[in-house]
Design a protein around this ligand. Structure first.
Ligand SMILES: Cc1cc2nc3c(=O)[nH]c(=O)nc-3n(C[C@H](O)[C@H](O)[C@H](O)COP(=O)(O)OP(=O)(O)OC[C@H]3O[C@@H](n4cnc5c(N)ncnc54)[C@H](O)[C@@H]3O)c2cc1C
Length: 400
């Protein structure tokens, strides 16, 4: 396997670097680097509008809907540079999850209505799948939708709904037939988040973030035309969506950038006058993480280049398994390198403001690291837990 970037690819990389250097405001990049969860709503919108104005709002979409038509390698270069510039990779529920479903299974009217405002950053989306008793066992979901005339009437509860408080729309899995087999009775419904009867309550996460929510639905009336595809086919669409989600769940670009920051912190921090990076124990841990991130990168590149084609479901599970565990290792390394400074966690929740004089005294890579390490605990849960990924791999390995 050989990966070589052509002269055109290298020129493209410079073009992307120049774009971010010229257009991404430094203060905004600093706020993104702190990694507050959720980021400020105005920033999320402004950043998406910035990419959209350049025609880069959704590189992975088909060109007819505003995608770029880039090769997988170009998309890879773009994402690397977006992360290197401390840009924001956010709004996944819209751009990466519901959009591919709408493009594949939605009506023309739905595509025309929903894709353009998603691309421009005017409308954001939340994913209403999980329920208190339906996470890994999603087919057990109980939220019910009953057709009354030309409206669905929805009752039930969702949980862990990321960004529900800042989204205009949500895509929900609802049970429309309780007599069918569990998977057959599920439908995929688009619901405005300000519909009467829908209540969003925040869940404060471990690092003080307020991006997670409970969503309660009480006699929420939804126009029949907001059903995607056919009633009872929601499970098929959700599987399609989750496969899309996992492909991007290697967290490669995050891991590469944060590893670099761990190195910067370890160069700056000294023990008895010796930079931490020169102490054998820390250098060893850093090198191990670096080798594993490199291996992850080559696995991702093998998929992007079309070399890995067999058993993709299990391959993608392996990426999620490794990528999410690495996210925790790399952010833990940062905390270890920060030592006592890690006790301060700027920029998340109730902590000291990210632009306070004390926070600004530090290099940009310092504030927010502890909070990032804490919220990274969730990466081995969302998008399918470690055990669920291992089950998928084991099924293939042992022919179960
Ligand atoms: C930060 C965060 C953001 C999220 N955002 C969203 C969102 O936007 N929208 C949304 O719908 N959901 C979201 N989720 C929910 C997420 O998808 C679920 O948490 C996840 O699917 C696990 O489900 P659960 O929490 O019900 O745990 P459970 O399924 O109850 O699992 C509990 C434990 O049992 C293990 N387990 C479960 N089944 C098996 C099995 N068959 N074999 C072996 N072990 C098993 C799990 O690995 C886990 O350790 C989010 C979660 C987090 C943490």
């Amino acid at each position: 396997m050989r990966f070589e970037f052509s002269a055109e690819d290298e020129a493209f990389r410079l073009e992307v670097q120049a774009f971010f250097a010229a257009h991404l405001p430094r203060e905004m990049a600093r706020r993104f680097a702190i990694g507050a969860h959720p980021p400020e709503r105005a920033d999320v919108r402004a950043f998406q509008a910035l990419l959209h104005a350049r025609g880069w709002g959704a590189p992975h979409w088909p060109v007819e809907w505003g995608g770029t038509g880039w090769s997988p390698l170009r998309k890879h270069i773009f994402m690397e540079e977006l992360y290197n510039a401390d840009g924001l990779d956010y709004g996944w529920q819209g751009l990466h999850m519901v959009a591919p479903v709408l493009i594949a299974f939605g009506s023309e009217a739905q595509k025309k209505r929903f894709l353009p405002p998603m691309l421009s950053g005017d409308e954001f989306w939340a994913q209403g799948f999980s329920e208190p008793n339906a996470g890994s066992d999603l087919a057990n979901l109980k939220t019910q939708a009953v057709l009354e005339g030309d409206e669905w009437v929805v009752n039930g509860q969702k949980i862990w709904t990321s960004d529900a408080m800042m989204s205009e729309w949500g895509f929900f899995l609802v049970r429309t037939d309780s007599t069918a087999k569990p998977q057959r009775g599920i439908s995929f419904l688009l619901i405005r988040m300000d519909t009467p009867g829908l209540t969003v309550r925040p869940i404060v996460s471990i690092e003080g973030g307020t991006g997670l929510n409970e969503v309660f639905l009480e006699n929420v009336r939804v126009p029949a035309e907001n059903l995607v595809g056919e009633a009872g086919m929601g499970w098929t669409y959700a599987k399609y969506l989750l496969e899309k989600e996992r492909t991007t769940s290697a967290f490669l670009y995050f891991n590469k950038r944060e590893l670099e920051k761990a190195r910067e912190i370890a160069q700056a921090q000294k023990i008895g006058g010796v930079p931490l990076i020169d102490t054998p124990a820390f250098a060893h841990k850093l090198a191990r993480a670096e080798v594993d991130v490199m291996a992850l990168e080559f696995s991702v590149l093998r998929i992007l280049s079309g070399e890995a084609t067999q058993n993709l479901n299990a391959v993608v599970s392996a990426l999620k398994l490794r990528g999410s565990a690495l996210q925790q290792r790399v952010t833990d390394l940062q905390v270890e390198a920060l030592g006592l400074h890690a006790l301060r966690s700027w920029g998340h929740g109730e902590g000291e403001a990210s632009d306070s004089p004390e926070a600004l005294r530090w290099p940009a890579f310092v504030p927010g690291r502890t909070a990032a390490a804490l919220i990274a605990r969730a990466s081995t849960i969302y998008g399918g837990s470690q055990e669920v990924q291992k089950n998928i791999i084991a099924k293939l390995a042992f022919g179960l």
